[in-house]
Design a binder for this molecule. Sequence first.
Ligand SMILES: [Cu+2]
Length: 154
Amino acid sequence: MRQTQWIWNILLVGLVALVWIGGVLPEAAVALASPANQNMVTDVTVHLGTEAGDLKFVPDHLEFSAGKRYRLTLDNPSSLKHYFTSKDFADGIWTQKVEAGNVEVKGAIHELELKPGAVAEWVFVPLKAGTYQLKCTVAGHAEGGMVGELAIAP
Ligand SMILES: [Cu+2]
């Protein structure tokens, strides 16, 4: 019947709206609560090691601006595990979340370990200007060249 069809359509639209609000609102709330106070995010990617097995970060120098929001994607294309370690940098930023697989971690993060093939996303807002040393803390890796620099411009 025609009337039944109408009711179904209205129910369907309502359901779609509920799913949309449920998915979008928490994200919007987080964005509003962040110091950046906007939805904009700048994507940056760093590779930990290379497929050929080089001990280095690619790129090994990154520049950020205080107050902007970044999504730093870390991946490990090598067959060794690596660390992304920069304690002073981590102390100078506000971490919104770190996402890896189906897990989302909130709160302060100081170090990330990436196993071969792993990918993680770190969403943060730099706060404290400075130049910070980055290194991989696996024995021998920093000595082998796996170091870098993270700069935050005021
Ligand atoms: Cu390493």
